[in-house]
Write a protein that binds this ligand. Sequence first.
Ligand code: CA
Length: 225
Amino acid sequence: MKRVLLIEDERNLARFIELELRHESFEIVVETDGNSGLELALREEWDAILLDLMLPGLDGLEVCRRIRVSKTTPILMLTARDSISDRVSGLDSGADDYIPKPFAIEELLARLRVVFRRQEKAAEEKRSTLIFGELSIDLDARIVSKGTETIGLTKREFELLLAFMQNPNRVLSRETLLDKVWGFDAAVDTNVVDVYVRYLRNKIDSPEQESCIQTQRGVGYVMRK
Ligand code: CA
């Protein structure tokens, strides 16, 4: 169930939105001033925050700015002051969207759905991407990038990098790496790991900088910043 926090001081409007959202099977909590709204926004996890601009206590822009210091919760600003400058300052303060009052509830629901979809998509992308420093692996496309540059790796190099990036800061023995990359019954010597680590370093490291794959003498290798 999606949890929505509504910070709105117009009680009739707040009540109306509350009933409509509950009807749509959202869990909704209402706060009617800026300070208590901010407190609850920070203390609990929300899927979205609907935030009125003109509020007693802290105004909506300030609430939004303070939420953004520590949280990325989607924020939709609600405001009667439908001017360009309000819109711009609303978005500048970190709001994800802006809904001028009066609005139809269908419009609000549609915007909320957009926010949720965007959030789910971002979560999905995060799941299928591994990141370590400047390096990233797109697991679906099997593409390795360093910053904006794509790095071409062979299958073994790719699997080796994957093993490191799935276990950052963990020392991996040659045997472990051999199992992960070449498979248990591969009739290869552990020296092959050293050879491939060298290949990989040549491709992913920056010259003049210490390799992100460090040798742990007598043990194995560790990917570390
Ligand atoms: Ca208000």
